[in-house]
Write a protein that binds this ligand. Structure first.
Ligand code: SF4
Ligand code: SF3
Length: 516
């Protein structure tokens, strides 16, 4: 078998690439090779279209293929083989050989990888919108245009660099589409306090990003004496009126994805994974893990597209839950967290915010957000928030917020200093707020007292970063380490043109930003 090659996430081996028998995430070499074959088959399909419009089936296959290969989504060879067969039925030709990318000149490899990983992240967002009945033609067609470009052997910097930024532009459209899909389906999120205590009795923990799966689970568990708890990126669901109306949506279980093997150990409830991040499942809870949509893990029960969650419900009833209420806390010991500060809410109090800035009550905004992960260097984000002065506001989003979202750091002018805008895709909300503030102050976004302090792990963070670069946003701090797939030349381009900077220490970065 040929060696695996994967360097798509932040925890890649030695900050270079996973090339052994398995990746740091637990993905085996044979699984990684099947994922490459699946991606290569999709690239051939896209190239074979030669610019023609993809049909609906091709679009669905592209979204699902790209989504399936995101880190911590799918570990199941049988599912990957079935997906390859499904693609080959639509496109019977030779699959593109992914080693053509991995073995290319490092700058070409870097740019093609940025495009491919950006597309993977964007496909996840497009898929969440798609299941709610929302699509965008430009987004759909761009998947094929960009994948076809990756297959071009003679494309250099001049062709690929603009396409990297275009991926960011189209991802903005995609995030806007998902924002519309979510808010039209479930209402505008409202600020909500979410308990971290697990009440006694049967319960189901639902994790991942898919709000429709949560909605269907809430419907199917109504009146059954089962409580539902969000986990990880599902937490912002509590802010949506059409989801929070269910009284059995009780609270949030645990912290971010990298703690799941510890937090799910012997859990007396069922766990449903709707997207990433799924870690290799430990025997102490393997019989109670369920997957759905593109997520799969060998031998776990998969709920297919009919979304009949009966096996999950039966497992929760069989396990029975805790005998007494079980108080759990966030990583800093807090017993509740808050969410629901999307653009709808923040902009509804825009006047208040603008006045507070003018009066000098708010000196600076930080967007501290992105993915969480296991590296010790991620304590930076906790410390950064702890050390941020009392006249600064912390906007946050995605699972990186679990580093500090249980901290009580007070309020400014009636608004909490930490405002959770939602999932990673709700970076769209942060962009809306930044643009509105820039308009109010008649300046550019880069002239606002606003700094983005981002943490990344997987490929959704890549498409968001590309969107921010497309918008011309400068001085972004990125950590905990820089992506292995960014070559030295591409990195110089990003630092020269966008002043993209690696994080240093909270003390140094805060002093520099606040000019102290
Ligand atoms: Fe390694 Fe990350 Fe790829 Fe897993 S997803 S094999 S950890 S680079
Ligand atoms: Fe987290 Fe996996 Fe990225 Fe949507 S759940 S942000 S890491």
């Amino acid at each position: 078998m040929k060696n695996m090659f994967c360097f798509q996430c932040e925890q890649t081996a030695g900050s270079v690439a996973c090339t052994g028998k398995a990746g740091v995430c637990g993905k085996k070499d044979h699984t990684a090779n099947l994922q490459d074959e699946l991606t290569g088959t999709l690239i051939s399909l896209a190239a074979g279209l030669e610019g023609a419009k993809p049909n609906e089936e091709q679009v669905r296959l592209a979204m699902e293929t790209l989504f399936t290969t995101i880190t911590n989504v799918n570990f199941d060879d049988e599912v990957l083989k079935a997906r390859i067969a499904e693609l080959k039925a639509v496109f019977p030709g030779e699959s593109y050989n992914m080693t053509d990318i991995w073995d290319a000149h490092e700058d070409i490899r870097s740019l093609k990888t940025l495009i491919l990983l950006g597309l993977r992240g964007m496909a996840a967002y497009a898929h969440h919108a798609y299941v709610l009945g929302y699509q965008n033609e430009e987004v759909n067609e761009f998947f094929f245009k960009a994948l076809a470009a990756i297959a071009q052997p003679d494309y250099g910097m001049d062709e690929l660099l603009p396409l990297v930024l275009e991926t960011g532009r189209v991802n903005l459209i995609c995030m806007e589409l998902l924002d519309a899909a979510n808010t039209k389906t479930y209402g505008t999120p409202v600020p909500t306090t979410v308990p971290l205590t697990i009440e006694k009795g049967p319960f189901i923990v639902i994790t991942g990003h898919d709000l429709l799966d949560l909605k269907l689970l809430l419907e199917q568990t109504e009146g059954k004496g089962i409580n539902i708890y969000t986990h990880g990126e599902m937490l912002p669901a509590h802010g949506y009126p059409e989801l929070k109306k269910y009284p059995h949506l009780k609270g949030n279980f645990g912290t971010a994805w990298q703690n799941q093997q510890k937090e799910f150990d012997n859990i007396p409830g069922a766990v449903l994974f709707t997207t990433n991040c799924l870690m290799p499942v430990k025997p102490s809870y393997a019989d109670r893990v369920f997957t759905t949509s593109v997520v799969a893990y060998p031998e776990m029960v998969h709920i297919d597209d009919n979304k009949d969650f009966t096996p999950v419900i039966e497992k929760a009833l069989e396990l029975g839950g805790y005998a007494e209420d079980r108080p759990m806390t966030g990583i800093n010991g807090g017993s509740t967290v808050t969410t629901g500060f999307g653009h709808g809410t923040v902009l509804s109090v825009a006047d208040k915010v603008i006045d507070a800035v003018k009066a000098g009550a708010i000196k600076h905004f930080f967007l501290v957000g992105g993915c969480d992960g296991a590296r010790p260097g991620r304590n930076y984000y906790t410390e950064f928030v702890q050390q941020s002065p009392a006249d600064t506001v912390i906007l946050t989003l995605a699972c990186g917020k679990y580093r500090f979202n249980d901290l009580d750091i007070g309020q400014i002018g009636g608004l909490p200093r930490i405002m959770d805008m939602g999932q990673c895709n709700d970076a769209y909300s942060a962009i809306r707020v930044a643009v509105a503030l820039a308009e109010a102050f008649e300046c550019g976004v880069n002239d606002l007292p606003l700094t983005l302090v981002l943490s990344w792990y997987e490929q959704k963070a890549v498409c968001i970063l590309l969107t921010l670069l497309h918008l011309g946003i400068k001085n972004i701090l990125l950590g905990p380490t820089l992506p292995a797939f960014v070559s030295p030349n591409v990195l110089s381009f990003l630092s020269e043109n966008y002043a993209l900077t690696p994080i240093s220490t909270p003390e140094e970065d805060l002093a520099r930003i606040l000019g102290k």
